[in-house]
Design a protein around this ligand. Structure first.
Ligand SMILES: NC(=O)c1ccc[n+]([C@@H]2O[C@H](COP(=O)([O-])OP(=O)(O)OC[C@H]3O[C@@H](n4cnc5c(N)ncnc54)[C@H](O)[C@@H]3O)[C@@H](O)[C@H]2O)c1
Length: 333
């Protein structure tokens, strides 16, 4: 099958593209190599993908509708998986405009491109941050989401609503993933696991926000990619619920699906797992809660199980050991 993957030089886009290529699919990857974090890491990921004959990279900004139309026409993908975005909660405090550009303008361009050339299934990344200040746990796809706590969450919620409107108007099937804190080899340098590992191995103190009183539902990247690939064949149909918990729209071929581990991990337990994998103890710098952060995330994965028969299950110690092993090897530390 022919896939178009946006954000193919990103952490998740790289893993997803590699899995698709290894399964014998063709992948056209779009990435603007945005310098939000080390572009060298993005180039190294694309270099790995380029070993496969089925991979075609396209380096441009998605918000350029002309280039996107050309690529859609040339590649004629059957399935589009949209992962390109400005991610990160902390960066959103200082650079809110980059979220409007990548997430709103970029997603709008992509929706217009799929309107001009419809695909069998358009799947797009949203986030657990969409649940914002929701206090009822675990988070269910059918919960009301109206309390985003930062501009990242607000733009991702907007992309969910844009996706619904295009699905309703143009009958383009759309699945939105709400990813829960994804980690693993080739991970993002701005995320806690990477920053903590780097600091511990180089003898620097780590910043522990809210004095460690936070929990995240950590999802190992291989589990997440397997779930994404299974969902490609779960094309939503308006009003056709597969289970009581289904979020499918009554009026559009549109569905939201959580992809998480369904087991929140306290921040201090994450640090302990990294310390064990590194064989060293961290020096901790305890700090107050950062503005825009949520205290806890926890995915209900009943819908993912109903749709695909499987859910992520890698435990934090196993996944952290795999990340630290990659990190040490990649950076020679
Ligand atoms: N990693 C997580 O824990 C997590 C959690 C929830 C949601 N998500 C979502 O999953 C998706 C992938 O995340 P990731 O962790 O791989 O992030 P990432 O930053 O590693 O990858 C995103 C890629 O998109 C590219 N990009 C950004 N703006 C672009 C534009 N305008 N045009 C073309 N390319 C552009 C970047 O260069 C980058 O390589 C994102 O949509 C993110 O919001 C990730």
């Amino acid at each position: 099958m022919k896939f178009l993957v946006t954000g193919s030089a990103g952490f998740i886009g790289f893993h997803l593209s590699r899995s698709l290529l290894e399964a014998g699919h063709a992948v056209a990857g779009i990435d603007a190599m945005v310098p939000y974090y080390d572009v060298g890491l993005k180039q190294a990921r694309h270099a790995q993908l380029s070993r496969h004959a089925g991979f075609t990279p396209h380096l441009f900004d998605l918000a350029d509708p002309g280039r996107l139309a050309e690529v859609m026409a040339a590649e004629a993908p059957e399935v589009v998986i949209h992962l390109a975005a400005q991610a990160g909660v902390r960066y959103a405090l200082e650079h809110p405009e980059s979220y409007i550009h990548a997430n709103i303008q970029g997603t709008f361009s992509l929706l217009e491109a799929c309107k001009a050339r419809p695909v069998r299934h358009l799947l797009m990344a949203s986030t657990s941050s969409a649940y914002g200040a929701n206090a009822s746990m675990p988070f269910r796809e059918t919960d009301a989401v109206a309390t985003p706590l930062n501009i990242y969450a607000a733009t991702k919620l907007a992309t969910e609503q844009m996706g619904h409107s295009y699905a309703a108007l143009w009958q383009q099937p759309v699945t939105m993933f709400r990813f829960f804190t994804v980690y693993g080899p080739w991970g993002r340098p701005d995320m806690a696991m990477f920053r903590f590992t780097d600091a511990i191995l180089q003898g620097r103190p780590i910043d522990v926000y809210n004095h460690g009183r936070m929990e995240r539902d950590f999802t190992y990247v291989d589990d997440l990619v397997a779930a994404v690939i299974r969902l490609v064949d779960c094309v939503p149909e308006a009003g056709r619920r597969v289970a009581e918990c289904d979020s499918v729209s009554p009026v559009a071929p549109f569905r939201v699906v959580n992809i998480g581990n369904a087991s929140p991990v306290p921040l201090l337990e994450l640090i302990a797992a990294i310390e064990t994998a590194c064989g060293r103890e961290a020096t901790r710098n305890y700090l107050p809660l950062q503005p825009g952060e949520v205290l806890k995330t926890w995915a209900d994965t009943a819908l993912l199980r109903a749709l695909t028969g499987q859910v992520p299950a890698t435990d934090i110690r196993t996944g952290t050991a795999a990340f630290v092993a990659w990190f040490r090897q990649h950076y020679g530390l």
